[in-house]
Write a protein that binds this ligand. Structure first.
Ligand code: TRP
Length: 446
């Protein structure tokens, strides 16, 4: 069995790691793309409401389960309700499988980011053929970069919590925010940007109850906070009992939502700027032309408009995207690895390679059958798996956990919580409102 469990060494380290898990392609690739294809500002509005009102409470449920259990997802859930081992297994193990499947498509998109990082280098060094290969989708390119990305993920996870996950997240996350800010300052000076800002910030309220929009926003909020996949249970299990969970969870939510919002401030105006330069973004009937590759079209157009410096900026931007993807992918791999290590007593290094290898096989299968599998796996995991598992987790915490010990766990590390709103509302909220609201949004869309 594992002897000493890892733990985050500092509050900042945990926030960076959990925010690192939350902030990723979902914020910078997923959120702006979803915004653009779901009517702009109306989507942003619904997303913000759902993120704070549903995703944050659900995030707290996962963190509290993990910190209480101090173990992998299945074991942590079982500790709460020893009489419900099957239910605990479905939620915990279901989440682990979901995390693995998410990683298998995530690695492909992250591989695109890696090749987009190398493209400007090839251009600067006048390797035109290489640059062409790197920037054109092909089976060979996708297989190679997906594999490289999975190897990077494996190498961090095999080092454990403090020296792997925490150390890298602390370095990489602040750099990401800095470069986003610089890029926004630039894009807003360009022609067409104000039209983009308007589309992003002025909502058409007639759209906000549209079931498709609601379910996309819910799925996006859950994806962005890495919910429903037991990842946050695991991260919660590495938090010490002295920490204030309520504020930690709030910081993570705030950072995640903020970065998604800020990324939208870059990408949506960049779309309109690219359009003003003649890149085709929308089809004649107003739908987005190529959702998956949107950022790979609009951003290079923006970088090109900057002249030579654009190459440096392109490199910096895609490098940071790759990094953001990496701090997320490590959390996905940690979910199955921590389970395997603790359940089967396997060595961490070995477990990481075995599971990483399995995920690579699934990823390659998706690459080979891209048109039929890619969107399917995304929809299956993010629109079905995550909200449903997230809902089950709320039900678990709300209904299976003895109220007294749930409150005890929340109190640990934040003594004055009893006087706050969170204390009064949350236990009740997680019991009734969250599961119901998730179910409503979900079934409404079927
Ligand atoms: N939240 C990350 C993003 O926005 C993706 C992510 C990391 C994730 N870990 C996860 C999604 C676990 C679902 C489950 O890019």
């Amino acid at each position: 069995m594992s002897s000493v469990r890892g733990e985050f060494s500092s509050r900042f380290g945990f926030i960076m790691a959990a925010a690192g898990s939350a902030v990723g392609l979902g914020n910078i690739w997923g959120f702006p793309t979803q915004t653009a294809s779901n009517g702009g500002a109306a989507f942003v509005f619904v997303y913000l409401v759902l993120a704070f009102c549903l995703a944050y409470p659900a995030l707290m449920a996962e963190l509290v389960v993990g910190r209480h259990g101090q173990a992998n997802a299945v074991t942590s859930l079982r500790k709460i309700a020893p009489k419900q081992p099957k239910f605990a297994f479905i939620v915990g193990f279901g989440g682990i499988i979901c995390a693995g499947l998410i990683l298998s498509f995530y690695a492909i998109v992250a591989g695109w980011m890696l090749s987009a990082t190398l493209t400007p280098i090839a251009e600067i060094t006048s390797l035109d053929a290489t640059a062409g290969w790197l920037s054109t989708q092909s089976l060979g390119r996708d297989l190679i970069f997906t594999a490289v990305f999975i190897m990077l993920t494996i190498s961090i996870i095999s080092k454990g919590v403090e020296n792997g996950i925490e150390k890298w997240s602390k370095r990489l996350m602040p750099a990401l925010l800095g470069i986003l800010a610089l890029l926004i300052a630039y894009v807003l000076t360009q022609d067409g940007a104000s039209q983009g800002l308007q589309a992003y910030l002025v909502p058409d309220f007639s759209q906000i109850l549209n079931p498709d929009l609601l379910v996309s926003a819910l799925g996006q909020a859950f994806f962005s906070l890495s919910l429903g996949t037991s990842v946050m249970i695991i991260y919660g299990s590495y938090i010490s009992k002295q920490e204030n969970l309520v504020s930690l969870g709030a910081y993570v939510t705030l950072i995640d939502v903020l970065i998604a919002f800020v990324a939208g401030l870059l990408i949506i105006p960049a779309m309109y700027v690219a359009q003003a330069q003649g890149v085709e973004i929308f089809s004649d009937n107003g739908t987005l032309l190529s959702e998956d590759t949107l950022v790979f079209q609009v951003l290079p157009a923006l970088f090109n408009s900057m002249g030579d410096i654009g190459l440096v900026v392109a490199f910096a931007f895609f490098a940071l995207m790759s990094i953001a993807a990496l701090t997320s992918s490590i959390s996905m791999l940690e979910a199955p690895v921590s389970y395997t290590v603790e359940k089967f007593g396997m060595d961490r290094l070995q477990a990481t390679w075995v599971i990483g290898g399995l995920i690579a096989v699934v990823s390659f299968t998706i690459v080979f059958n891209f048109s039929s599998l890619f969107s399917f796996v995304i929809a299956l995991t993010t629109q079905f798996g995550q909200p449903l598992l997230g809902m089950l987790c709320c039900i678990f915490v709300g209904w299976m956990w003895h109220r007294h010990s749930l409150l005890e766990e929340i109190k640990s590390g934040c003594g004055d919580v009893e006087n706050g709103v969170f204390w009064k509302i949350w236990p009740w909220y997680i019991k009734f409102i969250c599961p119901l609201a998730i179910a409503l949004v979900f079934f409404n869309s079927l």
